[in-house]
Design a protein around this ligand. Structure first.
Ligand code: GLP
Length: 265
């Protein structure tokens, strides 16, 4: 796991966006159209904004890019501004100029939720797998909506949100009661199948989860710790989110002495 401690949230977004753009270019150079794994939540918003700027500057193009969101609430109408269908459309599909038909979000309104999860997994496979999965992290260490004690080998499925996650996400709704109880989420196994993973986190509220993810034991109690198993995971965090890392100086040292011939990010 590569860890980069950025000076501030803007730098987190810029580093993550440069990495995404570089993976897109490499994927096209390899003869494939990139498949982009999307996260919701507030953490990746700056990265999407920085990506839109890089695209405008001609650093990459989004022609034909297929995207898969991590998760969706169950039973929340897609016209609701906080449904992940709406959030992804507003923060990713439009600003990055993706084609609506190429952007997949789990169907939390499906009559058969199990079948919806299976066809979501099939669609990822048919697209050739995710090239780059962008992630945030919950204060309880969740990735996607894989709450503590989620199977580290899980696939897309129905889950019950942890009370802490509902409290955390209540800021997006008028009241806690309006936050759905259930969701569909890609599994940890699904996320680990992505060829590259970039996780962004900002702020001290994430410091404990970030430390558990990077330095804690591999445990379903911190679902994000499963990224320790990934061969190509980059974690980009700001100083407050890095506050509880024991090996902070070592991560800085690695970045300071990164050989020039290796790609910087
Ligand atoms: C949300 C999402 C996650 C996100 C996390 C953190 O509920 N399902 O994908 O990474 O919780 O959210 P935020 O970035 O707003 O802190």
């Amino acid at each position: 796991m590569r860890v980069i401690i950025a000076d501030n949230a803007t730098e987190v977004a810029n580093i993550a966006a440069k990495k995404v753009a570089s993976v897109f270019r490499q994927t096209r150079a390899g003869g494939r159209t990139p498949v982009f794994g999307l996260a919701t939540g507030s953490s990746p918003i700056g990265t999407y904004e920085a990506l839109a700027e890089l695209r405008k500057a001609g650093e990459f193009d989004t022609d034909g890019i297929v995207a898969f969101a991590l998760d969706e609430y169950v039973g929340l109408d897609y016209s609701h501004p906080e449904s992940y269908h709406a959030v992804i459309h507003r923060t990713v599909t439009e600003p990055l100029g993706l084609e609506h038909k190429n952007v997949h979000v789990p169907d939390g309104l499906a009559a058969d939720l199990r079948a919806a999860c299976e066809s979501f997994e099939d669609a990822i496979t048919e697209a050739g797998g995710v090239d780059l999965q962008l992630l945030g992290i919950g204060t309880n260490g969740h990735i996607g909506f894989n709450e503590p004690t989620s199977s580290l080998n899980s696939r897309t499925r129905f889950k019950t949100l942890a009370p802490q996650t509902r409290v955390d996400n209540a800021r997006f709704f008028d009241s806690l009661d309006q936050v759905p109880l259930h969701c569909l989420t890609q599994g940890i196994g699904t996320i680990l199948d992505a060829r590259q993973v970039v996780l962004v986190a900002q702020g001290e509220a994430k410091a404990a989860a970030v430390a558990a993810m990077i330095e804690g034991p591999l445990s379903s109690m911190c679902p994000a710790s499963a990224l320790q198993l990934h061969r190509d995971a980059l974690v980009v965090i700001d100083r407050p989110a890095a506050k509880r890392l024991q090996l902070l100086d070592y991560y800085r040292h690695i970045n300071r002495y990164q050989p020039a011939e290796l790609e910087k990010y």
